[in-house]
Design a binder for this molecule. Structure first.
Ligand code: NAD
Ligand code: UFG
Length: 337
C-alpha cells in the first residue's frame, strides 16, 4: 500500500517524501508544480535511492485524481497541496479559497469514492489568530485574520464534519509553527519563486548577496528586544512528525489535533544572530516598520504531540541556520527553474 502525498514537490512535502521513503513507505506524489519544481523529486530520489511515482496533477482535477487512485493502492493521504502566501491571500482571496478549499473538497470526494479515509492535513499555527497567551495549546480558541488562515480553519472544520458524518475516517490536523532549515545533504530546501516573504529565506538571500538588506519588521513590540517571537522548527523534524501522525491515523479512527513546534520562541534578532554565529557571516539588516498582520509572540506547547504521537523536535536553531545556509550556498538559484 502506498501513501499519496499531495504537494509533495514543495518545501515540506519533499522533506516528508524523504522521511517516508527512508522508513520503507511507497510514495505516490501529486503536484501541479505551481510553486515547486520536478527537480525537487529527482533530488528526493537521489537522497534516498528510491523512487517516487509522480503525477503532474492539480487536486482540482477529479478525473485525474481518480486515475491516480485507480492506478495505485493508496492507504492514506498526506495533504500539503495549497497556496500559502498570507499577503497574496488578502489580495486574491478567491484564488486561495478556490485552490485550497475547493481543491481539498475534490480530494476528499475522490478519497471517499475509493474508500481511502485516512488523512494527515497541513494546518498552521495561524489558526490561533491573535492569541493573548503563550504557549499555544491545541484546545485554545481559533480564529483567522487572513483568507489563507480562513482556508486552514475551514478545512479543519470540513474534516471534523466529515468524521462526524462517517466514523470510518481518521484525520490528523497538524498545526505547524515556523518551518525553516533544509535537508542536511543540501539537495532539497525552500525555493521561493519571488522575493521571499518569510524570514529565513530572506536571510539566506541576503547572506548570498542576492538581496541587499533584510528589513526587520518592527522593533517596538512588547518583547525583550522589541522584535516578534516565533517558534522556528527544522523542516526535517516536521517531516518526522508526519510519520508519527501517519502511524496514528493508520492505527486509530478519530480527529487528532497536534501542534508541531519546538516550544521555544526566538525573536527576529535572535535568528539573525544565530545565523551569523552558525555560519560566520554578517547579515546586513535595518530596523523597519511593523508588517501589518504580524502577531507579537507565537510559540507552541508541543506536549500533546510528545504524549500522543511520541514525537518531539530534536534539531536546534544552530542546525536550522546551518542547513538553511548549506542549501542556499549549494543552490544559489534554488532548483534553477
Ligand atoms: P510549498 O508551496 O512549497 O508546497 C505546496 C505544494 O503544493 C507546492 O509544490 C505546490 O506546487 C502544490 N500545490 C498548490 N496548489 C496545488 C493544487 N491545486 N494542486 C496540486 N498541487 C498544488 O509550501 P510548503 O511550505 O511546503 O507548505 C506545505 C503546506 O503546509 C501548505 O498547505 C501550507 O499552507 C502549509 N503550511 C506551511 C507553513 C510554512 O511556513 N511553510 C506553515 C504552516 C502551514
Ligand atoms: N520578518 C522580518 N523580515 C522579513 C520577513 C519576516 O522581520 O523580511 C519577521 C516577521 O515580521 C515575523 C518573523 O520575521 O516577525 C517571522 O515571519 P515569517 O514571515 O517568516 O513567518 P510568519 O510567522 O509571519 O508566518 C508563518 C507562515 C505562515 C503562517 C504563520 C502563522 O509563513 O504560513 O507562520 O503560523 F500562517
Amino acid at each position: 500500500m502506498a501513501i499519496l502525498v499531495t504537494g509533495g514537490a514543495g518545501f515540506i512535502g519533499s522533506h516528508t517524501c524523504v522521511s517516508l521513503l527512508e522508513t520503507g513507505h511507497e510514495v505516490v506524489c501529486v503536484d501541479n508544480l505551481s510553486n515547486s519544481s520536478r527537480t525537487a523529486l529527482d533530488r528526493v530520489q537521489a537522497i534516498t535511492g528510491k523512487t517516487v511515482k509522480f503525477y503532474e496533477c492539480d487536486i482540482l482535477d477529479k478525473p485525474m485524481l481518480s486515475k491516480v487512485m485507480r492506478e495505485n493502492a493508496i492507504d492514506a493521504v498526506i495533504h500539503f497541496a495549497g497556496l500559502k502566501a498570507v499577503g497574496e491571500s488578502v489580495a486574491l482571496p478567491l484564488k486561495y479559497y478556490h485552490n485550497n478549499i475547493t481543491g481539498t473538497l475534490c480530494l476528499l470526494e475522490v478519497m471517499g469514492e475509493f474508500g481511502v479515509k485516512k488523512i494527515v492535513f497541513s494546518s498552521s499555527a495561524t489558526v490561533y489568530g491573535k492569541a493573548e497567551t503563550v504557549p499555544l495549546t491545541e484546545d485554545m480558541p481559533t480564529s483567522a485574520y487572513s483568507p489563507y488562515g480562513q482556508t486552514k480553519l475551514m478545512i479543519e472544520q470540513i474534516l471534523k464534519d466529515l468524521y462526524v458524518s462517517d466514523n470510518e475516517w481518521s484525520v490528523s490536523l497538524l498545526r505547524y509553527f515556523n518551518p525553516i532549515g533544509a535537508h542536511q545533504s543540501g539537495l532539497i530546501g525552500e525555493d521561493p519563486r519571488d522575493i521571499p516573504n518569510n524570514l529565513m529565506p530572506y536571510i539566506t538571500k541576503v547572506a548570498a548577496g542576492k538581496l541587499a538588506q533584510l528589513s526587520v519588521f518592527g522593533s517596538d513590540y512588547p518583547t525583550p528586544d522589541g522584535t516578534c517571537i516565533r517558534d522556528y522548527i527544522h523542516v526535517a523534524d516536521l517531516a518526522e512528525g508526519h510519520l508519527k501522525a501517519l502511524d496514528k491515523v493508520r492505527r486509530e479512527r478519530g480527529v487528532f489535533i497536534h501542534n508541531l513546534g519546538t516550544g521555544t520562541g526566538y525573536s527576529v534578532l535572535d535568528v539573525i544572530k544565530a545565523f551569523e554565529t552558525a555560519n560566520d557571516i554578517k547579515i546586513n539588516y535595518r530596523l523597519a516598520d511593523r508588517r501589518p498582520g504580524d502577531v507579537t509572540i507565537c510559540y507552541a506547547d508541543p506536549a500533546k504531540a510528545k504524549k500522543e504521537l511520541d514525537w518531539e523536535a530534536k534539531r536546534d536553531i544552530v542546525q536550522m541556520c546551518r542547513d538553511a545556509w548549506n542549501w542556499q550556498k549549494n543552490n544559489p538559484d534554488g532548483y534553477g527553474d
